[in-house]
Design a protein around this ligand. Sequence first.
Ligand SMILES: [Zn+2]
Ligand SMILES: [Zn+2]
Length: 116
Amino acid sequence: MYYVGFCRLCGTGPLGLRQCGRCNKLLILCDECDAIWTSSDLKAKPFLAQSGELPCPACENSLIETPSRWATQTDIEASDWLQQALEKKQLELRQGTAFAPDATNDTTEGDTHDAS
Ligand SMILES: [Zn+2]
Ligand SMILES: [Zn+2]
């Protein structure tokens, strides 16, 4: 998963690059609080999903279900606004693991392992 920093709303979520499976728009999606930005202007007001389906702001297709996915290097290179933002150093591209922004958090919450 590629991300471009951390969310100013929740403070902890990585801002992942998400590719809409229907309209192929590249979006910035907070992995933690699901805020969505459609451009590199992170000071702009984000779209906040009203449902767990995370509708794409452009076409309302679900951003969770396939074929929506985390953007690849190819998607990133194909996105004009993102390339411009990276050139101007408005955003910095990093690579990380989805749903595990904090590797030091060692709780077993959500772990289905049964020791019995
Ligand atoms: Zn879309
Ligand atoms: Zn967030």
